[in-house]
Design a protein around this ligand. Structure first.
Ligand code: ASP
Length: 301
């Protein structure tokens, strides 16, 4: 089986001055994931590595650079899913760790649970030897400034941020030489969210889904819309009905807009390794390996 990878760095109106950072960040992530796959490594390792690299990159709303909630704190969501056995690990509203996707992987591997949240998730991370960090290590000036502006807006609704301004959630989908598919998604969530708000990203079938029988998907955009239409599973189910990978991605995003007026984007890989993405926001940041293994990174309008 020829391996394949695609990553995303969010779908929204990406400001011109940050295009180079988005292209660079998704490029580096896709390249690292591809190197694992090209060396015979697993799709799970590839998506975990790609997503953790984007968590470490302050360009994106995940790990370092996460958006601030209504009390100025950072609570992060992430999920990783293995298409072989439909195994998943996810974490919701976790504070003070650098790489939520790595914690999600540990939850998958080392517990018989699928989703841990809040303080329990953080304590589990500590018990596994993950480094706990101060919130200041995750907080960037860009988000402090945004937080101060939002504090002055009296009638701010969370969905306002998504039309046209969603954030830079990150994700990856891959197929490995053994034909196993995997997906991962990680986010700081929506800016100015209420403390305790969990978005679509750690919800199975919403922010990500992976099934060797159909394919793998990772979503970004307005979480409350994505979860209503179970966006990632909607896309992989469409593959199961025989749609092409591009048709399935388009179908899922159109369905979200028609049914609930939601904005966002999705990356999708089928079990043959064909990739596609679709979005209804002004831009989406994506990178992928072409058939020769060259990495292409783009901000699509
Ligand atoms: N989907 C994420 C959330 O609502 C945000 C994003 O994709 O930018 O938490």
């Amino acid at each position: 089986m020829k391996p394949s990878i695609m990553v995303h760095g969010g779908a929204w109106k990406i400001p011109d001055e940050t295009h180079a950072d988005h292209i660079g960040g998704t490029y580096v992530a896709a390249k690292a994931g591809w190197a694992i796959l090209a060396g015979g490594g697993s799709a799970m390792d590839a998506v975990e590595t790609a997503v953790s690299i984007m968590e470490d990159d302050s360009t994106f709303d995940a790990g370092i650079g996460s958006v601030l909630n209504r009390t100025g704190g950072i609570e992060m969501d992430a999920m990783i899913m293995d298409g072989q056995m439909l195994a998943l690990g996810a974490v919701g509203a976790v504070r003070g760790i650098m790489n939520p996707v790595k914690l999600a992987r540990l939850i998958l591997q080392d517990t018989d649970h699928s989703l841990l949240v809040g303080e329990g998730a953080r304590r589990f991370a500590e018990s596994k030897g993950m480094r706990l960090c101060a919130e200041a290590e995750l907080t960037v000036p860009r988000e402090i400034e945004r937080f101060r502006l939002l504090q002055q807006e009296k009638d701010y609704h969370l969905s306002d941020g998504f039309t046209p301004d969603p954030m830079d959630t990150v994700g990856a989908v891959a197929v490995d030489v053994a034909g196993n598919v995997a997906a991962a998604t990680s986010t700081g969530g929506a800016h100015y969210k209420l403390p305790g708000r969990v978005g679509d990203s750690p919800l199975v079938g919403s922010g990500a889904y992976a099934d060797n029988h159909t394919g793998a998907a990772s979503a970004t955009g307005h979480g409350e819309s994505i979860m209503k239409v179970v966006l990632a599973k909607t896309a992989t189910d469409a593959l199961g009905r025989g749609l092409s990978v591009q048709e399935a991605a388009d179908y899922a995003v159109n369905h979200m807009f028609e049914r609930v007026g939601g904005y966002g984007g999705i990356i999708l890989v089928d079990c043959d390794g064909q990739t596609a993405f679709a979005y209804n926001t002004p831009h989406m940041a994506v990178a992928w390996a072409d058939e020769n293994g060259s990495i292409l990174a783009r901000i699509k309008e």
